[in-house]
Design a protein around this ligand. Structure first.
Ligand code: SAM
Length: 287
């Protein structure tokens, strides 16, 4: 069954009484070249397991499963259950779990489904949960080798921007803290049904096995980044002073001791600058 064929999709929908739910980001891939590319460039391998978020009718799920040792897929919409039962019927190494990815106990899921296995995550993400999904996987420090996701083109550019440039934001720094992001390829809006109003890109985050940066307090680090980028075109000392309840002269002193100009904007700092600054703030509070 060719799951990228519009006739096949319409027939499945009619027979199972299914219709798209826009609010769940249901734009299904109909360009046949994309899913095999995501599975291959996402590092699927018969020795490795894969996890998918958002199956739709199973078009990517199928490509992941035929290239992986085992595939677990999470889908929020139970209305897709009879369709998936049909489209994945001949694939034995796949399991679909109907749940909200944002609510699921990921540690338990990994323990139960992937114990001691290497895992890659691949997904064509609903745009409204792109950042929370990415951050959830990174922050929970799961045994995930890489995360390959389709996101809005603008989000891909932001995530893969170089830290210390105008395009960089809080998400860029957070992603770089845990991984090495890389843009893989662009996908036009016509590759989906229904077609969204924006183009997309597939990115891959190669997750570091060891801690990349020597940050003394991660919670403080993420608080500082969020605050520093909240007024990205202004001197970051202003929002930081309010967020941390530290006077501007005290913060200027900490910044300068860390080798950063007190007048700097968040988008001018490198990863190392952020680390030094946060460790300086940590020392100030703890000395
Ligand atoms: N993988 C399919 C494809 O490429 O055609 C579907 C991709 S579609 C952009 C996103 C899918 O994610 C939809 O099937 C939607 O129902 C599902 N979804 C939306 N929010 C979700 C959530 N919180 N947890 C799990 N799945 C979700």
């Amino acid at each position: 069954m060719k799951l990228t064929d519009l006739g096949v999709i319409k027939d499945l929908f009619t027979r199972h009484g299914f219709s798209f739910t826009k609010s769940l980001g249901q734009n299904f891939l109909i360009n046949p070249s994309i899913c095999p590319k995501i599975a291959e460039m996402g590092g699927c391998d018969r020795e490795i397991c894969s996890l998918e978020i958002g199956t739709g009718i199973g078009v990517l799920t199928k490509e992941l499963a035929i290239r992986s040792k085992k595939t677990v897929a999470i889908e929020i919409d139970r209305g897709l259950e009879p369709i998936l039962a049909e489209t994945l019927a001949e694939i034995s190494n796949v399991e679909v779990i109907f749940a909200d990815f944002m609510e699921i106990d990921l540690k338990k899921l990994f323990e139960e489904k992937f114990k001691d296995e290497e895992v890659v995550v691949c997904a064509n993400l609903p745009y409204y949960i792109t950042s929370p999904v990415i951050m959830r996987i990174l922050e929970e420090k799961l045994p995930v080798k890489s995360l390959t996701v389709m996101v809005q083109k603008e989000a891909a550019e932001r995530i893969c921007a170089k830290v210390g440039t105008r395009e960089c934001g809080a998400l860029t720094v957070a992603v770089n803290y845990y991984s090495d992001p890389k843009k893989l390829f662009n996908v036009t809006r016509g590759s989906f049904a229904p077609a969204p109003n924006v183009d997309s890109s597939v990115i891959r985050l190669d997750i570091a096995k060891e801690k990349k940066y020597d940050v003394k307090d991660e919670k403080l680090f993420f608080r500082v980044i969020k605050s520093a980028f909240s007024q990205r075109r202004k001197q970051m000392i202003n929002p930081l002073s309010a967020e941390l309840a530290l006077s501007k002269p005290t913060l200027s002193g900490i910044a300068e001791n860390s080798g950063i100009k007190a007048s700097a904007r968040a988008e001018e700092l490198s990863m190392e600058d952020f680390v030094q600054l946060c460790n300086g703030i940590y020392d100030h509070f703890n000395d």
